[in-house]
Write a protein that binds this ligand. Structure first.
Ligand SMILES: Cc1ncc(COP(=O)(O)O)c(C=O)c1O
Length: 354
C-alpha cells in the first residue's frame, strides 16, 4: 500500500553530486567555481541582513530582472527568475508537459531532465548523442511538448552551434529549452535565438560563472507570452530577499565574473593538454569542467576511488557511455597541479590503477 502516485513510486529521483564537509577534499566534482563571488555580493547581503527580512520578497524579483535585462540587452518582461536554474526547469516542465506528453532530451546529458519528465508522468524520449556529441537527425520528435538541450552539454562539455539549434527550434512542435548553465565559459551562446523563435527558452544560472551555487539564483529569457504564462506556474516567492540583492550585485560586477571565467578557461586548456599527454581521450570542453575517457584496461571507477582516497573528489557516473570516464571540474591552477601529480602516479602504465 502506498500513498504516492504510480509514477512517483516508480521513479528513483535525482542524485546530486557529493557535498562533503568544507575543506575535506579538493572538490572537483560538481562544477562549482573555485574563486569567490564578487565582493559586492557579500556587501549587498550584509546590507540586506536587517529587520526587513520579516517582509516577503518581491514575488517577481524586479530588481534582478531589470539588471539581467540591462546586462544581456533584453527587456525585464522577457525574464523570469528562480531558485537556481533547477527551479526554472521545474517551472518549465509543469508549464508545458502533462501526463503522457513527450519530453525529449539527448543522452548522456543533465540527468534532471529525465527526473522532471518522470515527475509529470511524461513519456521521456532520451535520444543518444552521436559519438562526437553532435545531435542525430532523429532528435526532432514529432509532437514533443518540451525538448531540452544543455548547451554546452554536461557531462561532455561539448557544444552544439546556435545555427543548428535554430534549425531544431524551427522544426519542433513544442518548446526548445536551451540550458546555458555554462555559457560564460563558451565561445558563443543562443540568446539571439529568443528574438527569432517564439518557442525558445534560454536558461542561465549564477551558480557557475558568478560563483554563487550556494545562493540559488537562475533565470530564463524568452518571448513575453512564454514568460507571462510561466509566472502563473512558479511559487509565489521563488527567490528571496538575499538572493535578489546578491544577484543584482553579482551581475553588476561583470569584470570579476569575466576575469574568473578567463582564468578557468586558461586552466581548462592546461588541464586538457596534460590529460591528453597522459593518454586520456579528452572531449573538447566549452565549460568549467573536462570529461576524460580512460584508456582500455583502466577502470574509471577505480581511478575515481583512488583519487578520493587521496582527498581529491572528481565525478564518476556508473552509466552507459560514461562509465569509462571521469569528469573533472576546473579548479584553481594549484588544485589542478595537485590533481595531475596524483593522476600521473595512478594512471601510470606499469604501476597505476587497473
Ligand atoms: C546543465 C545544467 N543545468 C542546470 C544546472 C543547475 O544549476 P542551478 O545551480 O542553477 O540549479 C546544472 C548544475 O550543475 C547543470 O549542469
Amino acid at each position: 500500500m502506498t500513498y504516492f502516485r504510480d509514477n512517483i513510486e516508480r521513479m528513483s529521483g535525482y542524485t546530486p553530486g557529493e557535498q562533503p564537509k568544507d575543506g575535506e577534499y579538493i572538490k572537483l566534482n560538481t562544477n562549482e567555481n573555485p574563486y569567490p563571488p564578487s565582493p559586492g555580493v557579500l556587501n549587498a547581503i550584509k546590507d540586506a541582513l536587517n529587520k526587513e527580512l520579516r517582509l516577503y520578497p518581491d514575488p517577481v524579483a524586479t530588481a534582478a530582472r531589470v539588471k539581467i535585462a540591462e546586462v544581456l540587452g533584453t527587456k525585464p518582461e522577457q525574464v523570469i527568475a528562480g531558485n537556481g536554474s533547477d527551479d526554472i526547469l521545474s517551472i518549465i516542465i509543469r508549464s508545458f508537459a502533462g501526463a503522457g506528453d513527450k519530453v525529449v532530451f539527448p543522452y548522456p546529458s543533465y540527468m534532471l531532465y529525465k527526473t522532471l519528465s518522470e515527475l509529470q508522468d511524461g513519456r521521456d524520449c532520451a535520444i543518444d548523442f552521436n559519438d562526437d556529441y553532435s545531435l542525430p537527425a532523429d532528435f526532432v520528435v514529432k509532437g514533443a511538448k518540451v525538448t531540452f538541450v544543455a548547451n554546452p552539454n554536461s557531462p561532455s562539455g561539448t557544444m552544439i552551434s546556435p545555427e543548428k539549434l535554430s534549425e531544431i527550434a524551427a522544426k519542433i512542435d513544442g518548446v526548445l529549452v536551451i540550458d546555458e548553465a555554462y555559457a560564460d565559459f563558451a565561445h558563443d551562446n543562443c540568446l539571439r535565438l529568443v528574438e527569432k523563435h517564439n518557442n525558445v527558452l534560454v536558461l542561465r544560472t549564477l551558480s557557475k560563472s558568478y560563483s554563487l551555487a550556494g545562493i540559488r539564483f537562475g533565470f530564463c529569457v524568452a518571448q513575453e507570452p512564454l514568460i507571462t504564462g510561466m509566472m502563473k506556474v512558479k511559487d509565489s516567492y521563488n527567490t528571496d530577499r538575499l538572493s535578489i540583492v546578491a544577484a543584482v550585485a553579482a551581475l553588476d560586477d561583470q569584470k570579476t565574473m569575466k576575469a574568473h571565467a578567463a582564468k578557468i578557461i586558461e586552466t581548462r586548456r592546461y588541464l586538457a593538454a596534460a590529460l591528453l599527454e597522459m593518454g586520456f581521450f579528452v572531449y573538447p570542453s566549452e565549460t568549467n569542467f573536462v570529461l576524460a575517457r580512460c584508456r582500455k584496461g583502466v577502470s574509471a571507477q577505480n581511478l575515481y576511488l583512488a583519487l578520493k582516497s587521496r582527498k581529491i573528489l572528481v565525478r564518476y557516473f556508473n552509466l552507459r557511455r560514461l562509465d569509462d570516464c571521469i569528469r573533472i571540474t576546473v579548479g584553481t591552477r594549484e588544485e589542478i597541479e595537485t590533481l595531475l601529480k596524483h593522476l600521473r602516479e595512478l594512471y601510470d602504465n606499469k604501476n597505476g590503477v587497473r
